[in-house]
Design a protein around this ligand. Structure first.
Ligand code: DP6
Length: 331
């Protein structure tokens, strides 16, 4: 029988509190601003990669559908990097599934490329350190570099790979995701951030002020200071969206429901539930609270008109290879 080389990996999605939005003007997909994120237990991608000498091209199946064109090209870029590192020349079949809506601002590319990089390196017989897998993932989608790590992670300006900051096991925080609209987004984040850099007069200020905000947030995380961390998260969110709203033409991911939830959070906060929001390249809102407030916040988010689902997330684990999924190698 012809040897196949296969492995399956799981990577959890991460949400940035301090946002990555913009690339350095050099090849290789390096971030222009530092970011800080939390990997989530409840949202994940599971990906099987099989290299087989009988395949005539790379194939990519996502949530049961065959995917072609640019998403397939991005997958092939990761596979190419791993083929050149391992010396394995075969094409591969990639079968991936998300347990949440794809491409709608729930960081599916983060968990997706992290799971792909990890599964493909193992399928190709490489056993790399997490930083090396994070670097392969980052070159394709920078936010995915952070999903290699569990808990809190960062990705600094121009960095090759993300850093693990804290396992997330010693601070009882919860991130609650309020889903408002499961439709895929109109414009992908890669294209949108380049467009903001090219056309928004606010973009230079965003890049200039991001490092100080990141440093404040990292320090607040270190002290387990939810209020300061939450304030930094909201400042980063608004500044990122300011670059989007002032791009020409504007990029608008937030919806009236996004704003209704944000207003609700601000009102509840002044009535003494310390909850803080962020939103990404989509209309959903993610709310950071201490675990003791999670049930109350979940219950009122569920009541907000236009919220279709609420997912309560704890800090999630690092990406991992499923036991016994590797085929074709002795290790
Ligand atoms: C708003 O990582 O999807 O989620 O590197 O071009 O693939 P590429 O961009 P991507 O951007 C994520 C943007 C964000 C903020 C964040 O996750 O930091």
């Amino acid at each position: 029988m012809t040897p196949r080389f296969s492995a399956t990996a799981v990577a959890h999605s991460n949400i940035a509190l301090i946002k990555y939005w913009g690339k350095l003007a050099i090849l290789g997909n390096y971030p222009a601003v530092p970011s800080l994120s939390l990997t989530l237990d409840a949202l994940y991608t599971r990906t099987q990669v099989t290299f087989d000498p009988l395949y005539a091209q790379d194939e990519f199946e996502l949530d049961g559908e065959r995917v072609l064109q640019r998403p397939l090209q991005r997958v092939s870029n990761v596979l190419d990097a791993i083929r050149s590192l391992s010396g394995l020349a075969h094409f591969a079949k990639v079968v991936s599934s998300n347990n949440f809506p794809t491409a709608s601002g729930l960081a599916s590319s983060a968990s997706g490329f992290a799971a792909l990089a990890l599964a493909a390196t193992h399928a190709a017989g490489l056993s790399l350190a997490p930083a090396a897998v994070s670097s392969i993932a980052r070159a394709c989608s920078a936010s995915s570099a952070r999903s290699i790590y569990g808990g809190w992670a960062s990705l600094e300006v121009g960095a090759d790979s993300a850093n693990a900051l804290d396992s997330g096991q010693n601070w009882d925080v919860t991130l609650i995701v309020a889903i408002t609209d499961p439709e895929p987004k109109a414009i992908g984040s890669t294209e949108a951030m380049v467009h903001c850099a090219d056309t928004s007069p606010f973009y230079p200020a965003w890049v200039e002020t991001a490092p100080a905000l990141f440093a404040r947030a990292r320090e607040a995380l270190h002290r387990r200071d939810l209020d300061t961390l939450g304030q930094c998260m909201e400042e980063s969110t608004w500044r990122m969206h300011a670059t989007m709203l002032t791009a020409v033409p504007a990029v608008v991911y937030i919806s009236p429901i996004t704003l209704a939830i944000i207003n609700e959070i601000r009102a509840r906060r002044s009535a003494s539930i310390p909850a803080y929001f962020t939103t990404d390249a989509g209309p959903h809102v993610k709310v950071l609270v201490l675990a003791k407030h999670a049930v109350a916040v979940r219950d009122w988010l569920t009541q907000v008109p236009g919220v279709t689902n609420v997912i309560v997330c704890k800090p999630g684990p690092a990406a991992y290879v499923e036991p016994h999924s590797a085929e074709g190698h002795s290790a």
